[in-house]
Design a protein around this ligand. Sequence first.
Ligand SMILES: [Zn+2]
Length: 284
Amino acid sequence: MDIQLRKQGHEVFIPDGVPLPEAIRRTTRLAVAAHPDDIEIMAFHGILKCFESAEECFFGVIATDGAGSPREGMYKSYTDDEMKVVRKKEQKKAAVVGEYGGVAFLNYSSSEIKNPGNPNPKDDLKDLLLLARPKVLYTHNPADKHDTHVGVVLRTLQAVRELPPELRPEKVYGCEVWRDLDWLADEDKVGLDVSAHQNLATSLVSVHDSQVAGGKGYDLATIGRRRAHATYFATHDVDVATSMIFAMDLTPLAQDPGLSVGEFVCRYINRFAGDVSRRIEKLV
Ligand SMILES: [Zn+2]
């Protein structure tokens, strides 16, 4: 089976030049993100597990074309089309530095991703998942505050739910970009230890120069958030990890197509609300 992505201008980049579809078949961990740089911010755990590994291979999927990002400095005069070119080039650099098995650029606009009536993004993701068969899938979390990120997690869950049950990933993690997950009750948090290779962590975010030098301090913010999570994660007295990413376990949503995404996430929010109000009532 070869892969036929649907949107004009799509591309699959394989850093080591292994031909398709074999290049995708070696995947063990796959990340689906909205924009170039989201993978490096939210799915570094998967990248790290596969880096220099003989057994594991990381594959990234970027759903949008990367237009419409904020721009400053030398990028200030860039048009949307010029930004698309720059951001794709940066994502390819990250794939080389992080030794990804490959990156698929689906090339949809944000509005196409957010439109539930357009089946193409979901069908592209389904075809990629059928070929890659990852055991672990990383994507955005449904409590993110960026509409396109939430669109991506909904399309991704839909794609997973349409796979035969035996081909669904063993674990599906909803990760942090535009909203932390430190508000989750500690027992609900998936704490992903990303302490190793801090140089790689910094390089992978910094390589997105149009975003970092272009006006947003994602490099320091991303590394700082991970550091803070490791220190404030309350289940241990001494820092066992120096860098952590928090995730929401979305595996139940992948396994049960009847489970409402909205209700599933609200259960976590209600547990957070209950924890806060119980403590105040106890001490007031
Ligand atoms: Zn994004």
